[in-house]
Design a protein around this ligand. Structure first.
Ligand SMILES: *Cc1c(COP(=O)(O)O)cnc(C)c1O
Length: 429
């Protein structure tokens, strides 16, 4: 019985409608997933009540014994999962994790290289509407038009010319493995730090199915709610802790501090106050889940499903950026299908299929319209769907896009989608 239904029926109804939406539609947004009931139990639990500014064993508040244990568990499990020396599990989001890294390694106005947003990057990699682009001198590198993969000649040229203090690799709409080793070579050639933002593929990396950034990158950030399938949040990791000769605080204190020390103090008190202890507890739960062998099977299924979608789209004559995928996501160029990304998103929504419009490299349209859509398989794979369902879903997407004006066809598709969803419940009842 729901307590909320009794105490606040108004918002409970909204929550119930969201649950129904999640159960009855096909979630193909590449950054979304369904956290387990265990993760949600922790995220919805009493640790939301606790103030715990500081870190385990050195808090600014009393009563922190159990939240300390929760944060230590989260840290130990995360270190094991990625094989790192150090991590910070307090960032409220992926963006906060990136902010903490930038504020640790950079002074305002410093030069940074990041992947162009339209080429698969992220807002926090230097977009002019984001703090990153406003505080720092971000220079964008690009993918090559012919391969859809990062153009390393471009990266090398820009690095030589601009001498960045930091290079950021990773993005939100890059279907291929991130080329950590190649970025390292370029970073070394200009004596620059290297940040890997693995917000998207972190679950695949934890499962050993995507190359790891840890041996190559000075510092790594991620979200915890995408392929990692945890609660909404961010993390920061360092493979081998070392001295940070450029950090602002290091210069002021006169002593050269370790990167880990600097990151801890940038996160709190630098950019955050009290940590979300219920979420940190839920991160511990998710990292525990990701350490189990089933998570590797799950992650392999994510990739298998994405490749099954690729095959089907290619058979139907679609143009995929980079020609396919190594990961959980596909970026589709709809230019040859005479439909823009915004319209496609709306049409698919009417058929019960949730995707997001997305810029494609060298897009001629604005970010509000776009020429592409981005699809991902983490959420449908969590439901237990496999290759047969992927092929069926792609054929429905194709039918919807080819009949974008026909509401009868779209509502018939929606029924098919509902039926499929009811065979693969997310949470059951
Ligand atoms: C999702 C994402 C983020 C930001 O995560 P939020 O939790 O939404 O702030 C950062 N970087 C990349 C590459 C992402 O894909």
């Amino acid at each position: 019985m729901s307590f909320l239904a009794l105490t606040d029926p108004e918002i409970h109804t909204v929550l119930a409608r969201e649950l129904k939406r999640e159960e009855n539609t096909l979630e193909l947004i590449a950054s979304e997933n369904f956290a387990s009931l265990s993760v949600m139990e922790m995220a919805g639990g009493v640790m939301t009540n606790k103030y715990a500014e500081g870190y385990p064993g050195r808090r600014y508040y009393g009563g922190c014994d159990y939240v300390d244990e929760a944060e230590n568990l989260a840290r130990e499990r995360l270190k094991l999962l990625f094989g790192v020396d150090y991590c910070n599990v307090q960032p409220h989001s992926g963006s906060q994790a990136n902010m903490a890294v930038f504020m640790t390694f950079l002074e305002p106005g410093d030069t940074v290289l990041g992947l162009d947003l339209a080429h698969g990057g992220h807002l926090t990699h230097g977009s002019s509407v984001n703090f990153s682009g406003q505080l720092y001198n971000f220079i964008s590198y690009h993918v090559s038009k012919s391969t859809g993969r990062v153009n390393f000649d471009d990266v090398q040229d820009l690095a030589q010319k601009h001498r960045p203090k930091l290079i950021v690799c990773g993005g939100s709409a890059y279907p291929r493995f991130i080329e950590f080793e190649q970025f390292r070579e370029i970073a070394d050639s200009v004596n620059s730090y290297l940040l890997a933002d693995i917000a998207h593929p972190s679950g695949l990396i934890a499962a050993g199915l995507h190359p790891s950034p840890i041996p190559y990158c000075d510092i790594v950030t991620s979200t915890t709610h995408k392929t990692l399938r945890g609660p909404r949040g961010g993390i920061i990791m360092v493979g081998k802790d070392k001295e940070n000769p450029w950090g602002r605080k290091a210069q002021k204190s006169g002593r050269i501090k370790m990167i880990s020390e600097l990151i801890d103090s940038t996160v709190m008190p630098g950019i955050q106050g009290g940590p979300l202890m219920h979420i940190i507890g839920a991160k511990a739960v998710a990292f525990g889940e990701a350490l189990r062998p089933e998570f590797k099977t799950y992650s392999q299924n994510i990739i298998n499903n994405a490749k099954a979608m690729v095959d089907e789209f290619l058979t139907l004559g679609y143009n995929l950026i980079s020609g396919g995928t190594d990961t959980h996501l596909l970026l589709i160029d709809l230019t040859s299908k005479n439909i823009d990304g915004k319209t496609a998103e709306n049409v698919l929504g009417k058929a019960g299929i949730t995707v997001n419009k997305n810029m494609i490299p060298f897009d001629q349209r604005s970010p509000f319209i776009t020429s592409g859509i981005r699809l991902g398989t983490p959420a449908v794979t969590t439901r237990g769907m496999g290759k047969d369902e992927m092929r069926m879903i792609v054929s429905w997407i194709d039918t919807a896009l080819n009949n974008s004006d026909d509401d009868n066809i779209l509502s018939r598709l929606k029924k098919d989608v509902n039926n499929l969803c009811s065979s693969f419940p997310v949470y059951g009842h």
